[in-house]
Write a protein that binds this ligand. Structure first.
Ligand SMILES: O=C(O)CCC(=O)C(=O)O
Ligand SMILES: [Fe+2]
Length: 358
């Protein structure tokens, strides 16, 4: 396939191994050696919380997916998602050697010369492809992160011209991984329904045959200003569910719970499962879409691979029957996403814009 070649693609400037946003040309980013430009500096520490990169490592629940037929594991799942909004999944059936292959594939892609990676560049204002944040505001604080975002499902939505040809088994491996992750998500969505006393397929039906899955390879090069710069700013995922394969060695992910940030330890054979905004809405707030962020590391680069699944974009999302009653009135109506802003539409008509999710 004629991969990654879009004639006339703008080659964005780079710094310290990081490509800057394509929109940055009009932003007058002053590049001074390897130092992060001001646009990366977190300005309002109250909005982002402390920059401490070594907060407590409170154990995040570990759930064995192969045991979800037992009531006790199901109860652990319900409790994890209604308090943390995430858990470490083991017993998912994907071999550690295959997980390593996926990690290596990401490493190989990001270690290619910039020119080669930029053959897969996203276009300005387009989210899909290789690049940096989409810039939607002059005030926006940039993430110290490059991403390769590719839609994997539905199959007819794949834009193969953005898929790397190098490493040469990239496409094949990603397709295999996506199928495996889709099965994991099905197991998890069914178990969530059972844990809430609902019909097993209630969420799966909402996701529908046209459910979207996006693969997001995140690359965080070493950063000389870990005190001021974040890999990814605090956000919750707008997905239904996110399955994250963390770097095998380098930590960086933190989850906000009980008013403090907690480090998420790396368990090499585990997948971190995050509930996204759309499932928070579908469960009427019973389960939480957690706020999380990624810190930077001065010495080591970090790579993670997030697989995000979302209901059919045409489908109307709202709380499912059975989770709305007199004691628990309908909290949400739907979620809308414009650019990187999430708007949660509450039942009473208010639209909340969470500004820190830029
Ligand atoms: O890199 C990570 O650990 C988290 C990435 C993340 O939050 C995301 O891609 O939405
Ligand atoms: Fe995220």
């Amino acid at each position: 396939m004629d991969s990654c070649t879009s004639e006339g693609t703008f080659r964005a400037p780079t710094i310290a191994g990081l490509v800057l946003p394509v929109e940055a040309v009009s932003q007058e980013i002053a590049i001074d050696g390897e130092n992060p430009p001001q646009q990366f500096f977190v300005k309002d520490s109250t909005a982002f919380g402390s920059m401490d990169d070594s907060p407590p490592r409170i154990p995040i629940p570990v759930i064995d997916l192969s045991l979800l037929s037992s009531e006790s594991e199901l109860e652990k799942l319900r409790s994890a998602l209604s308090s943390w909004g995430c858990f470490q999944a083991i017993g998912h059936g994907i071999s550690i050697s295959f997980l390593d292959k996926v990690r290596e594939m990401g490493e190989e892609f990001f270690s290619l010369p910039m020119e080669e990676k930029q053959k897969c560049s996203r276009a300005a204002s387009d989210r899909e492809g290789f690049g940096s944040d989409v810039v939607v505001s002059k005030e926006q604080v940039l993430d110290w992160c490059n991403r390769l975002s590719l839609r994997v499902f539905p199959e007819d939505g794949r834009r193969l011209n953005l898929w790397p040809e190098n490493p040469n088994d990239f496409g094949e491996t990603l397709m295999e991984y996506s199928k495996k992750i889709r099965s994991v998500m099905e197991v998890v969505l069914e178990a969530i329904a059972r844990s809430l006393g609902l019909e097993e397929d209630v969420f799966l039906k909402h996701f529908g045959d046209k459910a979207m899955m996006q693969a997001r390879f995140n690359f965080y090069p070493p950063c000389p200003r870990t005190d001021k710069v974040l890999g990814i700013k605090p956000h919750s995922d707008k997905s239904g569910l996110t399955v994250l394969l963390q770097d095998k060695e380098v930590e960086g992910l933190q989850v906000f719970k009980d008013n403090q940030w907690s480090r998420v330890p790396t368990i090499p054979h585990a997948l971190l499962i995050n509930l996204g905004d759309q499932m928070e809405i579908m469960t009427n707030g019973v389960m939480k879409s957690p706020l999380h962020r990624v810190t930077t590391n001065a010495e080591k680069l970090r790579i993670s691979i997030a697989m995000l699944i979302e209901p059919d974009p045409e489908a109307e999302i709202g709380p499912v029957d059975g989770l709305v009653d007199e004691e628990r009135p309908k909290m949400y109506k739907t979620v809308k996403n414009f650019g990187r802003f999430n708007y949660v539409c509450f039942q009473n008509g208010l639209v909340a814009l969470d500004a820190i999710k830029i």
